[in-house]
Design a protein around this ligand. Structure first.
Ligand code: PMP
Length: 310
């Protein structure tokens, strides 16, 4: 086999309850997860500051992951203390030299032919990669509305961050890049904007912050939840509402939020300029307040940051 495969994993991973060399963490080609995309996952950022990694909202990521297994009806449990210890052990084993990203996921290695969840076993693995900026943060994003719709919650549970469902994100993101854009926005079947391919979407429309309803087939992002708390703290009013395509084109600001993307703004959507192409007022406030959390300068820092010394 040619070795042009992209390899980004740090040397050690958590696999079958132990920290082992990532190269040795292998599963069968016949595994349920390989054949049917039977995984649910999470993605957490670790910020390198001095000799420590500051992991952002560990409990919330853990909770969303365990809830994903619950939503999907999988027979899987892990205690939070065990999860946290695995994260700490990984940091100590990998000794990151940059900001990093943790990818915990629940999977099934059972070689079961039929695509059913009952009667198969599940486990959790976690690996790490180095991760700086995931999308270009030096300018606003050029977005396009995707021709691919977000799947409705009636087809695949949208709050579960399930591996197989990311085919939808892959199609949307690939299409956007193919046409020369940075990222895609996906609409629901009623033509309301739901989110980006891997980010939540927030609009500032006629001076007001509008967030699509949580029940609008979006993934409930932990960055978006953080932004909502910042808006409350800053006494910036916001409401949950549908956003259609023509509202989109006349927004004052469009923001994308996500663990990878963090908080980014759009300079255009479908080649219509948004605002004056530069970072808007709301985006600036959110980014500043978000940075304070990571730099331990916010009352929220203690609650949301888990420090792990390397
Ligand atoms: N929506 C989708 C489809 C995503 O993949 C992500 C990234 N996890 C988000 C939203 C943002 O979620 P979070 O802020 O928890 O990373």
């Amino acid at each position: 086999m040619s070795d042009t495969r992209k390899k980004t994993m740090m040397p050690f991973a958590f696999f079958e309850d132990k920290i082992i060399e990532s190269e040795k963490a292998k599963i069968s080609i016949a595994a349920h997860s390989v054949q049917y995309g039977t995984t649910c996952f999470s993605g957490m950022r670790g910020y390198l500051r001095g000799n420590e990694i500051r992991v952002f909202r560990v409990y919330d990521h853990y909770e969303r992951l365990i809830n994903a297994a619950k939503i999907l009806g999988w027979d899987y449990q892990m205690e939070f203390e065990k999860f946290k210890k695995a994260i700490e052990a990984l940091v100590k084993a990998n000794k990151p030299k940059t900001d990093c990203y943790f990818r915990p996921f629940i999977y099934s290695e059972d070689e079961e032919l039929t695509p059913k969840f009952k009667g198969i076993s599940y486990d959790m693995a976690i690996y790490m990669i180095p991760l700086g900026d995931y999308l270009d943060t030096t300018r606003g994003l050029r977005l396009m509305v995707s021709s691919w719709r977000k799947f409705p919650d009636s087809s695949i549970p949208t709050k579960a961050k399930a591996g197989g469902s990311y085919l939808n994100s892959s199609l949307a993101r690939t299409e956007a890049i193919r046409y020369g854009y940075d990222e895609a926005l996906v609409m629901d079947d009623n033509w309301n904007i739901v989110e980006g391919s891997a980010e939540n979407f927030i609009a500032v429309y006629r001076g007001e912050v509008i967030i699509p309803q949580i029940g609008s087939s979006m993934l409930e992002g932990i960055t978006m939840r953080t932004v909502i708390d910042i808006l409350k703290d800053q006494k910036i009013p916001f409401r949950f509402e549908k956003i259609d395509r023509s509202m989109l084109y006349t927004c004052d600001e469009i923001l994308l939020t996500g663990t990878g993307a963090q908080i980014l703004f759009a300079e255009s959507v479908d080649d219509r300029l948004i605002g004056n192409k530069s970072m808007g007022k709301i985006c600036k406030i959110l980014k500043e307040e978000f940075a304070k959390i990571i730099e331990m300068q916010s009352p929220k820092s203690k609650e949301w940051i888990t420090k792990v010394s390397i």
